[in-house]
Design a binder for this molecule. Structure first.
Ligand SMILES: Cc1nc2c(=O)[nH]c(=O)nc-2n(C[C@H](O)[C@H](O)[C@H](O)CO)c1C
Length: 152
């Protein structure tokens, strides 16, 4: 198994580093990293990770800014990432941390690390068929607290 990590220089936190550190804690898979300027460059980075680097699954790590044009960029990037998944029949776990989700830089850094690490664990679980089924319907969230199940 090979995992691709696509990340950006636009992000204000080194999300790729956290993803790689967390993946290594849980498995001995091979990891390929491909860093691009911004989120709109992530779809082709993932496509190359699948086709040229022969990855089986990718994480796309990005940080949209707080302005309307950044939100538009993030939406376009997401659409590209979905298209890439359909073209390649491979999962891309999108880990976007919007700058305005956090109250200050400290919370932004914490959130980016936490969300990246939790999604890295999801990647490991996705590679082990049947594992995520055990958590179905439990209201998992990555970063901030889980929402929990609505049915008590
Ligand atoms: C407006 C803008 N906003 C963001 C953003 O919020 N987050 C991000 O990662 N990248 C942004 N970019 C850069 C584009 O995603 C892309 O890197 C450039 O257009 C070069 O292809 C742009 C141009």
């Amino acid at each position: 198994m090979k995992i691709g990590i696509a990340d950006t220089t636009f992000a204000r936190v080194n999300m790729g580093r956290f993803a790689i550190d967390e993946l290594k804690k849980h498995s001995s898979v091979t990891i390929e990293r491909y860093t691009v300027p911004g989120v709109k460059d992530l779809p082709v980075a993932c496509k190359k990770l699948f086709e040229e680097y022969r990855c089986d699954i990718c994480m796309a790590l990005g940080m949209p800014g707080g302005k309307e044009k950044d939100r538009m960029c993030a939406h376009e990037a997401s659409t590209g990432l979905i298209a890439c998944q359909l073209m390649t029949n491979r999962h891309i776990i999108e880990v976007f941390v919007h700058e305005d989700e956090a109250a200050d830089d400290a919370e932004l850094a914490w959130l980016a690390e936490q969300r990246t690490r939790e999604h890295a664990v999801n990647v490991i679980k996705l590679m082990r068929p049947g594992t995520l089924e055990r958590e179905a319907g439990t209201g998992q969230r990555q970063g901030f607290s889980d929402a929990g199940s609505a049915r008590q």
